[in-house]
Design a protein around this ligand. Structure first.
Ligand code: BES
Ligand code: MN
Ligand code: ZN
Length: 507
């Protein structure tokens, strides 16, 4: 797909579909006549007959071979102008792409100006158009066999037309900037949508290596032998039941900005979670291929940081394992000695994410990070608490939590905080070991985070994002088809673009 911004002209090459946004109660379409007088006359007639009112998502469509911009033109309802926000614009752009898909249009022309309000600046609007168009148009069709009667009907182009005369080059760079972001989200989705039989730990490591080569990132993969030598027994124990070896993927960028403080991003990479011996019920188990959502978010973010050349030293770590029962799986009750020396009784082999993250978190110590953010599909409880709309956020530093939350809010990846009070740690104390990997069954999202906290290097600001509910969606959404969402890439990038260690470290 391509996105462009061009001046509105009378005799453009025709598109397949022309879209004009229309706020509720907009009666006077005169200023729009110059876009396509024939269509505007039809639209005015429809509005006069109350066949179209401009409610959010409402569509008035008309088809005439004589139309100027495209044979098919639509008015897309945008709702109340006064309450139109960036979030509403995202949904509106989602509707533009949804309409294009429904109408089988491959070249869409959109009157950019009709989506603008005083409250949203043009540059942000351009960014939303670019990002959301790419994301909404994304489809994982890798494994669909194509036949002659069923050719792929991909959206080819979104052409924004405008009467704005000044600052077009600024708007075009906004489009390009957001395209890079969207492509990284798409990479995360692509990696995550791959099934467990394909995207196993060694394959994920290869993909990370490939990305590192393309974007000139530093990359190190620790394989089975190295993990054994290092004593990464959390990672090893979880992967014990799998016929394929584990990997710890480490990507690094911006080394020359070390002085500004290092940020470690740690993502859970369980390429498939059967639950292990504490096996999961078969209903919806296929969704456990998305148990690598955290890892793919971190990997894709690293590539994007290189693209955007952000001035921050970032280390991305992704422990990759498969939680299976095929080889020599760990048993409930097994006691393992973790990378940082603490012992853990594995009471439930399905609480595996915290075991692999624990080792990766302790390993961060060698970078003396100014902040660590981990991201993981960690608990079913978090999905139950926040549904598929919000991610859980917990951590040991209120300023860092606030900064991450703010970044999420800005990009539409919302996080809501749960408390990490010491009392919640009582139930993960072990009786014959230092710790056990599950609590008493209550407050599961919090006890999981309390467990991670035991492995965070001392005095290091740390935030944990539980993306169990948001890593994949089970229904089509305005900007995402059923499947992986790529959650985290935009949040991390937004957070890092304002990175200033001093702002939350020195109190
Ligand atoms: N990967 C799951 C969490 C999960 C569940 C993510 C549903 C997305 C949707 C994780 O490894 C897990 O199994 N957690 C257990 C923890 C429990 C055994 C303490 C859970 O949530 O049931
Ligand atoms: Mn599990
Ligand atoms: Zn899991």
């Amino acid at each position: 797909m391509k996105i462009s911004l061009t001046p509105l002209t009378r005799s453009a090459f025709q598109a397949d579909l022309f879209v004009i946004g229309c706020f509720k109660g907009m009666k006077d379409l005169k200023p729009l006549r110059k876009t396509d007088p024939g269509f505007i006359a039809a639209a005015e007639a429809a509005i006069a007959k109350k066949r179209f009112e401009g409610k959010t998502g409402e569509v008035f469509s008309s088809y005439q071979t004589g139309y100027r911009q495209a044979p098919e033109a639509v008015l897309l309802g945008l709702g109340e102008k006064d309450s139109f926000t960036v979030a509403s614009l995202r949904k509106a752009v989602g509707s533009v792409i949804g309409t294009a898909n429904a109408r089988k249009a491959s070249k869409v022309r959109v009157l950019f100006d009709s989506f603008l309000t005083g409250a949203i600046n043009r540059e942000s609007a351009a960014k939303v158009f670019s990002e959301t168009s790419f994301l909404a148009a994304y489809k994982f069709s890798q494994y669909k066999t194509r036949t002659k009667d069923d050719p792929p009907k991909a959206l080819e182009s979104v052409e924004l037309v405008t009467e704005i005369k000044e600052g077009l080059s600024g708007l075009r760079s906004a489009l390009a900037h957001s395209e890079k972001i969207a492509q990284a989200v798409i990479l995360a989705r692509d990696l995550n949508n791959e099934p467990g039989n394909i995207m196993n730990p060694p394959r994920l490591a290869r993909e990370a290596k490939k990305l590192a080569a393309a974007k000139k990132l530093k990359c190190r993969i620790f394989g089975l032998a190295e993990l054994k030598r290092m004593g990464m027994n959390g990672i090893l124990a979880v992967n014990q039941g799998s016929p394929t070896p584990p990997a710890l993927i480490v990507l690094e960028c911006g080394q020359k900005y070390k002085k500004r403080g290092t940020v470690c991003l740690v993502g859970k990479g369980v390429t498939f979670d059967t639950g292990g011996i504490s096996i999961k019920p078969s209903k919806n188990m296929e969704e456990m291929k998305y148990d690598k959502s955290g890892a793919v978010a971190v990997i894709a973010t690293m590539g994007l940081l290189a693209d955007l050349k952000l001035p921050v030293h970032v280390v991305g770590l992704a422990p990759a394992v498969e939680n299976n029962v095929a080889n020599d799986p760990q048993r409930p009750g097994d006691i393992i000695k973790m990378f940082n020396g603490k012992t853990v009784a594995v009471m439930n082999t399905d609480a595996e994410g915290r075991l692999i993250l624990a080792d990766a978190l302790s390993y961060c110590e060698r970078y003396r990070p100014a902040a660590i953010i981990d991201v993981a599909t960690l608990t079913g409880m978090c999905h139950h608490t926040f549904g598929d709309k919000t991610c859980g956020i917990l951590g040991n530093n209120p300023e860092l939590i606030a900064a991450v939350q703010k970044a999420g809010e800005k990009v539409g990846e919302r996080c809501w905080e749960l408390p990490l009070w010491d009392e919640y740690g009582d139930c993960i104390k072990g009786s014959q070991s230092d710790l056990q990997n599950v609590g008493d069954g209550y407050a599961g999202t919090i006890t999981a985070a309390m467990f991670l906290k035991e492995f965070v290097p001392a005095k290091t600001p740390w935030v944990h994002l539980d993306i169990a509910g948001v890593g994949n969606c089970t229904q089509n959404r305005f900007d995402c088809q059923k499947g992986a969402t790529g959650f985290g890439v935009r949040l991390f990038t937004e957070f890092l673009s304002y990175w200033n260690a001093g702002a939350f470290l020195k109190k």
